[in-house]
Write a protein that binds this ligand. Sequence first.
Ligand code: F6P
Length: 533
Amino acid sequence: MTIMLTERPSYKALQAHYQQIQQRHLRDIFEKDPARGERMNAEAAGLYLDYSKNRITEETLRLLSTLAEDCGLRERIDAMFRGDKINLTEKRSVLHTALRAPRGQSLAAAAVPDAGEPVHQVLDHMAEFATRLRAGEWWGHTGKPIRNIVNIGIGGSDLGPVMAYEALRHYSDRKLTFRFVSNVDGTDFTEATLDLAAEETLFIVASKTFTTLETLANAESARQWTLAALGDPAAVARHFVAVSTAAEEVAAFGIDTANMFGFWDWVGGRYSMDSAIGLSTMIAIGPDRFGEMLAGFHAMDEHFRTAPFERNLPVLMGLLTVWYNNFFGAQTVAVLPYDQYLKRFPAYLQQLTMESTGKSVTLDGEPITSYQTGPIFWGEPGTNGQHSFYQLLHQGTKLVPCDFIGFRHSLNPLGRHHDMLMANVFAQSKALAFGQAAPAGEPYRNFEGNRPSNTILAERLTPAILGALVALYEHSVFTQGVVWNINPFDQYGVQLGKVLAQEILPSLARNAPVPADDSSTVALLRRYRGLSA
Ligand code: F6P
């Protein structure tokens, strides 16, 4: 049995250290250590991380690093890359890193043969398909080239594709139209297809399991929509492709498995945007740029695997999250990208982080009662957020550590807009850290400061930088999971609601009996059905 986190001497040392440091203000910390801004930074895979505006000293970093060593982070990193079955509850390897390893260089290929050459065979298949489609050489049933691509998926089969599409839109083929349908709310499908011609539309049904109800319902509506316009059931073969690990289910749905792009059970849904789940991304930006994105992921993977903890970006960010979550009692982390193209990045991160670290049982099956696990991730692009929730960041009673993300160059230079944008990044992190005293008699103008942040800078938002950024957060989450001794790769917490929805669904039908249930559920069902009490 692994020792409980809070019993570890290295954790207790951090508790003692926290008592000493908690009252120290960043103003004072910077005054005593004026060069920390030049020192407390690290760089990898094109990302520069300034972590100097955190409520830490060199001693904090040393103690956090010791905690990570103590928790076996080094061994766990090696185990993941090697293909050990570290997803204990599902008895699976965790090998999203193999999806972006260059041909012939997968560290796991010996243990998990699928993680080697088959990865590249699927990439080749995707590239061949994407190239044909982008060249106008994938024709619909009536002979017209496909111009509209609709990705149907949810969770990891939606959030990665839609985030990457938005993030890399600058590089996308503007002759093609992309839509993303996830919600079982019929509005999503209806609005996404309202202005599309079926004869020019291709549906990518993306589902790891191919059993997800929302996705199957939307795929079925897509099939009906296609058939209503094109008549012939043979049209399905030209207008539907699937991305899945489940060939049988794909065939049962009626999609030709020659038009299926596979992946493997060792790719978690929220870690799958660089697998075949990224097919829409590849169609949008082309195989070469998709390859650049994979190279960016891989560069960060190699950094995470090999760099010493004190210079390791994901380790530093993961440990800082632990520091605020477990010692300062921070409940959330705000992710604030100063780039409009990253508008879906916080939503993407919500699944990556919270489906991974929202756990309350250790890897040994022990309930976690003495410490907190995953914080709530949230955010919006700057500068929009500044005119909305930043009030609370600056003057609220809650401590919210922030990650600012910005770029040296805009992809759309427009007058002085970019300098104005970036001036706000630097101003916000400065105001949060150092604050400003209120004029006498006006306490509501007080900026107490001492609010920590990281700033991540890169040259410009390229496919490679996006890959590096996503991998940075993936491995930061991994680091957190190791310290909290949880399994960040399962998601049993989503099951109960799914099962109950299946149980409730029949009783929503006209004339079905209202089941005996708790009084709240019965009252809600009656009201929904329009029945009297
Ligand atoms: O319900 C949660 C979940 O299992 C996610 O983990 C996953 O990304 C999503 O559903 C979609 O699953 P699938 O790709 O199998 O349709």
